[in-house]
Design a protein around this ligand. Structure first.
Ligand SMILES: [Zn+2]
Ligand SMILES: [Zn+2]
Length: 230
């Protein structure tokens, strides 16, 4: 079976050689070509909770109002090749990139032992327009790469209402925009949750989603995103 699978893989690679997730150059293996891999920017040190770059161990905003999630980790800073890869996944119809991107993320943000994997659901309208939910596919890829396919809880979190896009809003507006927009639909009491999204900006969406999971009894919620934007 394994031989069959690797043979199928090799044949597929002949027909569709793997390409860099950012610039589409053919590559031998991995996710990015050498040039793009060299241009990826790591997330600088910052707040232990929200992950925003800064000098304090925990930032003022998280001290004043501790978030519902325990921490946010991201594969890299949003920009350059990582932004190209995210755009390809979200707007370029490159759904096939989700699995390798999920594996790439799993290598940077290892899954805590026993944790379940849940994705932040896309609104219904946007999912229909795009034809897929990129965060759900990313979460599939991450769980698979971490050897935790059975701990991938699909449909565990749903949107209870459509929300206008977060782009161009302040942090406070974003928090209001998504407050109460999520609900847990599966039994998650006592579970450690890894919550997957493609890009985290202010963390307002992550906060609303994590709050719903906490309310449903999740023991911990760690947000894992491909990229951190500011
Ligand atoms: Zn490249
Ligand atoms: Zn913070």
């Amino acid at each position: 079976m394994r031989l069959l699978r690797s043979t199928a893989r090799a044949l597929l690679d002949l027909v569709y050689p793997p390409r860099c997730a950012a610039c589409s150059e053919p590559i031998a293996s991995g996710l990015f070509c050498e040039t793009c891999a060299g241009a990826l920017e790591p997330v600088p040190p910052g707040c232990a909770r929200c992950g925003l770059p800064g000098p304090d161990p925990v930032c003022g905003a998280c001290l004043a109002a501790p978030p519902s999630y325990d921490r946010i980790r991201a594969g890299g800073l949003f920009g350059g090749p990582l932004a190209d890869a995210v755009h390809g996944l979200k707007y370029g119809g490159r759904a096939a990139q989700a699995r390798p991107l999920g594996a790439w993320l799993a290598a940077r943000a290892p899954l805590p032992p026993g944790a379940v994997v849940i994705s932040i659901p896309l609104g219904r309208g946007r999912r229909i327009a795009r034809g897929y939910d990129q965060a759900a596919l990313l979460a599939d890829g991450l769980a698979r790469a971490a050897g935790a396919r059975r701990r991938r809880l699909r449909g565990a979190l749903v949107r209870t209402r459509e929300t206008p896009p977060q782009v161009g809003r302040s942090r406070e507006e974003r928090l209001r925009n998504v407050a109460g927009a999520f609900a847990a639909r599966r039994a998650i009491a006592g579970l450690d949750v890894v919550l997957v999204d493609d890009v985290v900006t202010t963390g307002a969406t992550a906060e609303a989603a994590a709050r719903a999971l906490r309310r449903a009894g999740a023991r911990s919620v760690e947000v894992v995103a491909l990229a951190r934007a500011d």
